[in-house]
Design a protein around this ligand. Structure first.
Ligand SMILES: Cc1cc2nc3c(=O)[nH]c(=O)nc-3n(C[C@H](O)[C@H](O)[C@H](O)COP(=O)(O)OP(=O)(O)OC[C@H]3O[C@@H](n4cnc5c(N)ncnc54)[C@H](O)[C@@H]3O)c2cc1C
Length: 526
């Protein structure tokens, strides 16, 4: 066994994926004592626009035993409680997809079952009223969970918005401090072993040849090893997710940062607004078949809340996934493994998932096919379920115009069709296996997009309607009171993790802050 162990790992690429992998291997598998090297090319650069995350990012940070406030300061992060979808269902409408649990069950009856019964009868409020994160986001408030038994303050669930380049830089420092060796250089050639087609080594523009037992391909969209060398193949999902371009531009803060991502539907796609401590990240994701680059740029710049700080950067992509994320002795992570557009901020999480699975199925030099097949099966399933969740956002809107008409006719996968039918019949939602999004995520988006069930779970009739009503009223009041008791998001940052503290110490002045521009009001009714 010992003689078959992996002795060296080469990570190709130093974007978010590469440095997440380097930091994780250096920390989690330190006892295996293999050498980890990372090659990146400044000349090629990184994508670096991934700025919104989902709650498992906090687990990632904690698993690496990184001080959360310290990293937040360094990567100029803000807190995220969910995503507000503006004008998605139709212009003028807004719904929220929050993190964290909503309500609680009454005996064997789930919150969603009795809430739906009352909602269909017109005596329950919109879901957002019962979710701590949604209410806090609406009021621009934030704090971490505290020990307050029987209140939703116990379970506040959050993620981060951050500057992805700073995140990668932070992880680089962390990884290098733990022995990862970085090499600056451009890989010009990938050499395969003639006997089995495994990757043997890479050759840099300097002429240096680097060998390794295991290669982690984090080289971005092109997939230098997984695709260009191993010809693994790519499944194009454009027929399900037709957006294929994005323009990204930072802008000045126009007020204190709201603790949520804003996704606003546009005529041929949608626009993100991601507040950071020092600036706002903005982007327009669009479908080139339904608008021009010039028009997309005009729409983006016309809808910024603050002054742009750079020229928009254009990115082109093909939504889909690599047919095998792990092929022979190459594991692809990040953009090299596939791309799902950033509507639900899932890419960085999928890197994290890939790393966690790699640790679980960590190979020796025999590279057992059963391990590789299982890894690929899990990856395929999880990627597919995230895709289905994204497709749902596009297929069920009432928006007019050629792009949205096209989206309404997107073919549903079997899994998605079943999910929607189960919900339409009695409001049922099941979470399968290791799929990422929990029941409540599907519930918020389906309800937010006005998919109205024909009936409700018969179990809800076993409860006394007056008791349900009293419970719901109590829940709504507790959620509101708790949210009102929380500090403002900006105050929380100032007190705990402001990046301006270190800037002030370094002689820089902070941005002025004004009132939030977009606290949203969630009106009742679809
Ligand atoms: C428009 C858009 C918006 C996004 N928004 C989000 C979001 O909000 N949330 C989220 O989670 N994710 C988001 N993402 C995804 C996120 O940006 C990426 O998943 C993440 O940054 C990982 O990128 P990467 O490291 O795989 O690739 P890259 O950043 O492209 O890095 C590739 C690395 O490979 C190196 N490289 C390539 N070729 C060679 C070579 N020949 N020799 C040496 N080195 C080489 C490069 O130098 C670079 O270091 C978004 C992506 C896009 C396109």
């Amino acid at each position: 066994m010992t003689e078959k162990r992996i002795r060296s790992v080469l990570i190709v690429g130093g974007g978010t994926a590469g440095w997440m992998a380097a930091a994780s291997l250096a920390k989690l598998l330190a006892n295996m004592k293999f050498a980890v090297r990372l090659v990146e090319s400044e000349q090629i650069g990184t994508v670096g626009v991934g700025e919104a995350t989902i709650p498992p990012i906090i687990d990632f940070i904690r698993t690496l035993e990184i001080d959360e406030n310290d990293i937040i300061r360094q990567i100029k992060a803000t807190f995220k409680l969910g995503i507000a979808f503006r004008d998605w269902t139709r212009p003028g409408h807004i719904f929220f997809h929050p993190f964290g649990p909503t309500g609680f069950g009454m005996g064997p009856v789930s919150f969603q079952s009795y809430w739906l019964k009352m909602f269909l009868e017109g005596t329950a409020e919109r879901l957002e009223e019962y979710n701590m994160q949604a209410k806090a986001a609406e009021l621009g408030r934030f704090m971490r969970p505290v020990h307050a038994p029987n209140t939703p303050l116990n379970k506040i669930t959050y993620a981060l918005h951050f500057d992805a380049s700073l995140f990668a830089r932070y992880l680089r420092g962390y990884a290098e401090a733990r022995g990862v060796v970085r090499t600056e250089g451009k890989i010009e050639q990938v050499l395969l072993r003639p006997e089995d087609g495994f990757v043997d080594s890479v050759v840099l523009d300097s002429g240096e040849k680097i060998e390794a037992d295991l290669f982690i391909d984090c080289s971005g969209f092109r997939g230098l090893l997984i695709e260009e060398a191993l010809k693994t193949g790519y499944e194009d999902w454009t027929h399900w997710l037709p957006c294929d371009r994005a323009l990204a531009v930072p802008s000045e803060n126009a007020g204190p940062p709201p603790p949520y991502t804003l996704a606003t539907a546009r005529d041929a796609g949608w626009q993100w607004r991601i507040p950071l401590q020092h600036r706002v990240g903005n982007g327009h994701v669009y479908c080139s078949g339904f608008t021009t680059d010039d028009e997309a740029r005009r729409v983006l710049l016309a809808n910024l809340e603050g002054r742009p700080l750079a020229d928009p950067l254009q990115l082109r992509f093909t939504t889909g996934r690599r047919k095998k994320a792990w092929n022979k002795n190459v594991v692809a992570l990040g953009l090299a493994s596939g791309f799902l557009e950033p509507l639900e901020s899932t890419s960085i999480h999928l890197v994290h998932r890939g790393i966690a699975m790699l640790v679980k199925f960590f190979p020796d030099r025999s590279f057992e096919q059963a391990d590789i097949d299982r890894y690929n099966k899990i990856f395929e399933f999880e990627f597919g379920r995230v895709r289905d969740f994204l497709v749902l956002h596009y297929t069920h809107t009432e928006r007019k115009g050629p792009f949205w008409e096209h989206c309404r006719n997107i073919p549903l996968t079997d899994g998605l069709e079943e999910k929607i039918e189960l919900f339409r019949s009695h409001g049922r939602i099941l979470r399968e296996d290791t799929e990422l999004f929990p029941v409540q995520s599907w519930l918020f988006v389906m309800a937010g997009q006005n998919i109205v069930p024909r009936g409700y779970d018969a179990l809800a009739d076993t409860l006394d309607p007056q008791k349900i009503r009293a419970n719901l009223d109590n829940m709504r009041d507790v959620v509101r009171r708790c949210a009102e008791a929380m500090p403002r998001h900006q105050e929380f940052i100032d007190q705990n993790c402001s990046s301006f503290r270190s800037s002030i110490a370094a002689g820089l002045s902070p941005q002025p802050s004004a009132q939030p521009l977009h606290s949203f009001t969630l009106a009742r009714g679809g």
